[in-house]
Design a protein around this ligand. Sequence first.
Ligand SMILES: C[S@@+](CC[C@H](N)C(=O)[O-])C[C@H]1O[C@@H](n2cnc3c(N)ncnc32)[C@H](O)[C@@H]1O
Length: 243
Amino acid sequence: MDLAKVERVYTSYARIYDRIFGKVFHEGRQSVIRNLNVQPDEKILEVGIGTGLALPMYPRHCQIVGIDFSEGMLDKAKQRAAEHRMGHVQLHRMDAGAMEFKDDSFDTVVAAYVVTAVPDYRKVVSEMIRVCRPGGRIIMLNHFSNDNKIIAAMEKVISPFTKHLGWRTDLALQAVLEGTSLHVARKQNVNPFRLWALVECVNGKYVNGKTHINGVKNGNGAAAYAHINGTHLSEHASGQALG
Ligand SMILES: C[S@@+](CC[C@H](N)C(=O)[O-])C[C@H]1O[C@@H](n2cnc3c(N)ncnc32)[C@H](O)[C@@H]1O
């Protein structure tokens, strides 16, 4: 999968995308945004925003920037933003693997059903970390390869075929997180058969050789939070938490 293929495949989906992938993956998108507890003026980047299905779910008191490489998908997102008169939303055509934003531009970065649909997930994850401020949140909603070895082997076999449809099925969460500064604060299984995972991470990147996260606490049904320079960032009243 390269960028030309992303453009070709997803632009050909654009007209029918909402009918095929709208309702079936709705619960996952809703869980992401419900759990965000978005603060006034919070700057949120949605990477691979597609047709903008999640846009109406965000509160209007935040600032949302959405990017996608597919012109066709992005046109649909622009139509949706115009129909809902979303003055708080900006949409740009951009490669998530080489973003044009400055370092630390966003408080929160969301990638829903994206890391398995991009040509190079390592570049995309590293760009998400770069443009998210230290201590900010990076949320990935995705199907990751199964812990069950037999199912994981089947996912590996079918992946070369699903790549023609626009996504891979053989990517493990561990591979995505490996070598990054992301700390998993919460992981929750969502969508039909609970085969998709909502993974909320805290961006623990270093600035001037020092981590700016003072602490990340989590626990089942308890608060998971991080703070930077004494400022409280996020709090989750419920949910399955991982260390
Ligand atoms: C499966 S769709 C998910 C769309 C949307 N997030 C949703 O919840 O339905 C994946 C999206 O990622 C976009 N995409 C893939 N590679 C990209 C890249 N390198 N840069 C930006 N967008 C990309 C595709 O164009 C497509 O719209």
